[in-house]
Write a new protein. Structure first.
Length: 382
């Protein structure tokens, strides 16, 4: 199914037209033609100012990975209904609204209106906001507040299939569930455009000397889990890009300006009457003691100790942050490194270590990505 048919079949056609994203007809220039026309003669991109002394922050975040995919089931704890929503790997930002919608259906089915949400990361806040939309009275209980949560340490790209499961370990219903969550999220993000750039569309370049292989064990944007939601990826000719590389592609992708996004959603949550209480859940009895009968578990990796989930494990990822350059607005992936230009900085990353709980940043990793990107920038035309 092509993109236009897909958008129509999933009732996203009207949405895509509003967003100016609708598939092009043969009489109209494609996205790439239009883009090249605008830039004709100026197919240059602003270069990064790359040096170790411009690195102002290094962080290591732990992606909450489950081989069988995020856990979204319900369990009873005494007279409490616990609805799980955790374990999104490298896709938590992207899938947040979608899995929040799936779990909201389960919460509403209980008939309860007073709901507890454990955790205020990307998943907890989306879950809380969607419940409020249906008239629920929501209290968030959380051990830590942003920026001291995993969600604050993410890159912030639309990547709904990144390290979200091991395809060989998922159940037969997983793909349909993932598609449902991905579609809902994609749609939701289009309504967050224009709100102080908390969500934005940017050009994403892939710059390689050979086509990258998907990691063996993780679903990392593999074809089998790709939905035709983004504009087509186009392969650029040597004249259409400034890089010294054999294979260069470009597509538009969505990104999230994480600090302002979290601030915006949290303020909305409070504006609609939500309460946030700082509380560490140390044992199941602490959940039992909450006044609400329905509890949404959005504690991410924090779930492991409380619910004894052996499957849940970290995939650590380091980000090194450069001082922002307002003229740099693109995203780029190359062998061993990637970069994304956010409002709060240019984030360099590219690693993922399964099973690593250590959140100490490595200077060596920063030097590695800085050098890879320095070489790439030095070899750029212009
Ligand atoms: C380097 C890196 C890059 C990433 N890039 C992307 C990306 O580009 N796109 C994307 O979609 N995703 C990305 N991710 C993945 C994404 O960040 C995660 O999937 C997401 O943040 C998980 O959100 P969460 O709300 O489940 O967890 P968290 O953000 O960890 O939130 C958990 C919440 O639960 C609370 N909590 C935990 N334990 C307890 C307890 N015992 N008692 C009370 N409260 C508790 C915490 O305080 C926190 O509020 C990336 C992750 C990393 C590390």
């Amino acid at each position: 199914m092509n993109r236009r048919n897909f958008l129509e079949a999933t009732s996203l056609g009207g949405l895509a037209t509003i967003a100016g994203l609708n598939a092009c007809t043969s009489s109209l220039p494609s996205y790439s033609d239009k883009h090249f026309h605008i830039n004709s003669g100026v197919n240059q991109l602003p270069k990064l100012k790359l040096s170790m002394d411009r690195i102002v922050k290094e962080t290591v975040g732990l992606r909450p990975f489950r081989a069988s995919g995020p856990r979204l089931d319900t369990e009873m704890l005494g007279n409490k209904t616990i609805i799980h929503n955790y374990g999104h790997g490298g896709s938590g930002w992207s899938l947040s609204w979608g899995t929040a919608s799936i779990t909201r259906e389960k919460a509403l089915a209980t008939g309860e209106k007073k709901i507890a949400v454990l955790g205020c990361g990307a998943i907890g806040i989306a879950t809380a906001r969607l419940l409020q939309e249906k008239g629920c009275e929501v209290t968030i209980y959380t051990k830590d507040l942003p920026p001291n949560i995993t969600s604050s340490l993410a890159t912030g790209t639309w990547s709904p299939a990144s390290r979200v499961c091991d395809p060989s370990k998922v159940g037969s219903d997983f793909k349909a569930l993932w598609e449902k969550a991905t579609l809902f999220s994609f749609k939701q993000f289009q309504f967050l455009l224009g709100l102080n750039d908390i969500v934005a569309w940017v050009d994403e370049y892939n710059v390689y000397n050979e086509l990258p292989q998907a990691p063996a064990n993780f679903m990392a944007g593999g074809e089998a889990y790709e939905l035709p939601l983004l504009p087509e990826k186009v392969t650029l000719t040597a004249k259409e890009h400034p890089f010294k590389a054999k294979v260069v592609t470009r597509r538009a992708n969505m990104m999230f300006n994480i600090p302002s996004y979290i601030r915006h959603q949290t303020q909305d949550f409070v504006m609609y009457g939500g309460k946030i209480k700082v509380l560490e859940i140390k044992k199941l009895e602490d959940i039992d003691a909450l006044p609400e009968k329905v509890v949404m578990n959005c504690m991410g990796l924090g779930t492991k100790a409380i619910f004894k989930d052996d499957e849940l494990m970290p995939v650590s990822g380091q980000l090194s942050c450069l001082i922002p350059q307002p003229e740099v607005t693109y995203k780029l992936n190359t062998k061993g490194a990637n970069l994304i230009a956010r409002k709060d900085g240019i984030y360099l990353g590219g690693n993922g270590i399964l099973g690593n709980w250590d959140t100490t940043p490595s200077r060596e990793q920063t030097e590695k990505v800085v050098h890879i990107l320095q070489d790439l920038m030095n070899s750029m035309k212009g």
